[in-house]
Design a protein around this ligand. Structure first.
Ligand SMILES: O=P(O)(O)OC[C@H]1O[C@H](O[C@H]2O[C@H](CO)[C@@H](O)[C@H](O)[C@H]2O)[C@H](O)[C@@H](O)[C@@H]1O
Length: 389
């Protein structure tokens, strides 16, 4: 199977010999032995982590640029003529962008033509994909109609949620037992027991879900738990004075939200948030920073991300290295790019970017917002039912 890199015509062709294993999860958990490290795990990255720069760097550097660009502005409804013109321009730009990232809805036939005779495995991000982006991360509820669309699609295709949130939290938001869940950007996976190679991984333990069913629990960053807890507490303490800042404990990742930090004093306030994160991070060489949508996230320096989580789940399901499997990953965030990239580079399946703004991506297709994601899920179910007739 080969996914052609021509963006204008994202076509999967079949078959093309693949001379390297598509999954390399074991070999890719490369050893990194920081001097004096108390950790014995082989999950560390070989590349040394860059030291965080000086405070001046934080003020002037890409930190702030990235913070500013880390979330598209939400569209405001207006009758103002000049804004109408701007909106039209934006629409034209978006339509041009869609030539490179066609809508997964208008390209649905192309997708399903390729998927004929193949087993689709669905991977869904949560925030911004299944639920709309809202100011308060604790209130990012998904609609009942979206829940029922996900429930239906999971009847026909193995479906996994891959979220930056802690696993129990995203599980609670979605509330469906028929899915596989990966939290903390894939660093906390609860998957099936299928006697696959994944079962024997050193970081994989046999456990039971809430219903008592045997599951595999894979937590490649488990040694970092006390460190992340400590960082979480420091972040809470040090951001106490910043109105609007919110720190979320995502178990293997600590997230500092600045969406509600006063926009009128945007640079000063956001700089303060960046400085606090920078100050804490410099004492933890085994942790690194990633950017999400108006959120700074501190996580372990391990060679593990949402792409690796997708590989792991496919392997757990016994569906890796199969030419008759088509993984489809739907996500909106920078962290989803790791999964898009893995699918694209491994010629494995389709990434679908959820975005109402043009942005560069490793995805093949696009959907505008969660309502289009729901439409796509419903279309998959309709197609599957019809093709079974
Ligand atoms: O991988 P995801 O499921 O997309 O999770 C990514 C982060 O999502 C949440 O934050 C984002 O959504 C919030 C609610 O809409 C919004 O307020 C925030 O600004 C966004 O960054 C979640 O709170 C984070 O922990 C996740 O890492």
């Amino acid at each position: 199977m080969d996914i052609k890199s021509n963006h204008a015509a994202p076509v999967l062709t079949d078959p093309v010999p693949i001379n390297k294993p598509r999954l390399g999860i074991y070999s890719s958990l490369l050893a990194y032995s920081p001097s004096g490290a108390a950790f014995s795990s082989s999950l560390y990255l070989t590349i040394p982590r860059k030291k965080p720069g000086k405070l001046d760097d934080v003020r002037s550097s890409s930190w702030l640029d990235t913070m500013k660009s880390s979330s598209p502005p939400r569209k405001k409804l207006t009758k103002d003529f000049s804004i109408d013109v701007a909106t039209n321009d934006a629409d034209v730009t978006y339509r041009n962008w869609m030539l490179k990232y066609p809508s997964a809805l208008t390209s649905f036939e192309q997708i399903t033509n390729y998927a004929k005779e193949k087993k689709i495995v669905l991977f869904l991000d949560y925030d911004g994909t299944l639920s709309p982006i809202v100011d308060d991360p604790d209130c990012a509820f998904m609609s009942n109609s979206m829940r029922s669309a996900v429930k239906n699609v999971a009847k026909y295709f193995p479906t996994a949620i891959i979220s930056g949130r802690r696993r129990d939290k995203v599980n609670e938001f979605i509330g469906l037992t028929e899915l596989y869940y990966a939290g903390s950007h894939g660093m906390d996976i609860m998957g099936p027991v299928k006697n696959s190679v994944a079962d024997d991984h050193p970081n994989c333990i046999r456990s039971a879900d809430k219903q008592g069913k045997a599951v595999n629990l894979f937590q490649p960053a488990s040694e970092f738990l006390p460190m992340i807890d400590e960082v979480f507490r420091s972040l809470v303490e040090n951001t106490r004075g910043i109105k609007g800042a919110k720190v979320e404990n995502n178990k293997f990742c600590a997230s500092v939200h600045y969406r509600k930090v006063d926009e009128k004093v945007i640079v000063a306030s956001w700089t303060t948030v960046a400085e606090i994160v920078h100050d804490i991070l410099k004492d933890y060489p085994r942790l690194r920073l990633t950017h999400g949508r108006k959120v700074l996230e501190i996580r372990p320096v391990i060679n593990w991300d949402k792409g690796k989580a997708v590989e792991f789940i496919l392997e757990s399901l016994g569906l890796s290295n199969c030419d008759d499997v088509l993984p489809i990953y739907v996500g909106d965030d920078r962290t989803d790019e790791d999964a898009f990239k893995m699918l694209r580079e491994g010629n494995q399946g389709y990434g679908i970017l959820v975005s109402s703004m043009p942005k560069e991506s490793n995805a093949f297709y696009s959907l505008r917002d969660p309502s289009e994601v729901m439409e796509f899920l419903k279309s998959l179910v309709r197609w599957k039912k019809l093709s079974a007739l």
